[in-house]
Design a protein around this ligand. Sequence first.
Ligand code: NCD
Ligand code: ZN
Length: 345
Amino acid sequence: MTNNLTIRRPDDWHLHFRDGDIMRGVVPYTARQFGRAIVMPNLSPPVTTAAMAADYRDRIMAAVPAGTDFTPLMTCYLTDTTDPDDLARGAADGVFTAAKLYPANATTNSAHGVSDVAKLAPVLERMEAEGIVLCVHGEVTDADIDVFDREAEFIERHLRGIIADFPRLKVVFEHITTADAVDFVKSCGANVAATITPQHLHINRNAMLVGGMQPHNYCLPVAKRETHRLALRAAAVSGSPKFFLGTDSAPHLRSAKETSCGCAGIFNAPYALESYLTVFEEEGALDHFEGFASLHGPAFYGLPVNADSITLERAEVAVPESFELTGEEIVPWHGGQTIGWRIAS
Ligand code: NCD
Ligand code: ZN
């Protein structure tokens, strides 16, 4: 039995830090594990320009604990009025690593998202030319589409078209939740990849709805039925370079989750790596963990892998039921459970 696993330092290719006190509270959890993270721009107001992203990056850097080597990779929130020149300049200056497509009203703070993907053509053309990665929240938002079908429908209505029209555009289909998405990504060329969250590898939709409503298992895209979870697990542990780690850690205070209209999002940053590793162990695929966590993402983004490494060791760790954040409580992913690994200090 493997009791220690040393891998290149991993990166998180999709998460939410928020801003202000919450951001200062959550950044250290991520910086402790990951070398870099793709930081989502869905602040209020959203991060839509290179100047805003540069300022936000400075605020994040100021929250990184002294002596910790961590680099936030910034994203541009695409809107109906994104300026392709500002985006391209921001990327050339090293401010933007990617741009994020939120269909309008798909999720938290996405009211400014793109109302009609066709309108993005000049921006996507420029991104393709400049090699800027497109990160996609792949859900349609039409009221007549069932929430459990929104990802699969997005592939047919939008993603196929984007990839056909911009065949060299690098696209990350983010936080995929369905077998449909796995199959689609596999069917595409090397310019299309996907991130997978720990929660979608661990739970299906029963975890949200059986035995009472469980707001801390609610995120977007919502967890789907068991067949989809199994397809995601198979993809994650397969060793395919098309699938890599993106936690989608999305902190919301307990008070914002346990209420009559609870926010979508799971705060998984504190035990993210341990959570993923549990899945790889259950699947007998520890040898593919480093690829998923530390190698496939940099290869897709065209970035070097991290220079240092991290060691995980077998240990029974009781995950706190909640953490203090800004004087309030936040419930972490696996809160109140025991997890079988820890990061060796
Ligand atoms: C995210 C958030 O809270 O910002 N929520 C979530 O459930 N994942 C938004 C998102 O990534 O969809
Ligand atoms: Zn997200």
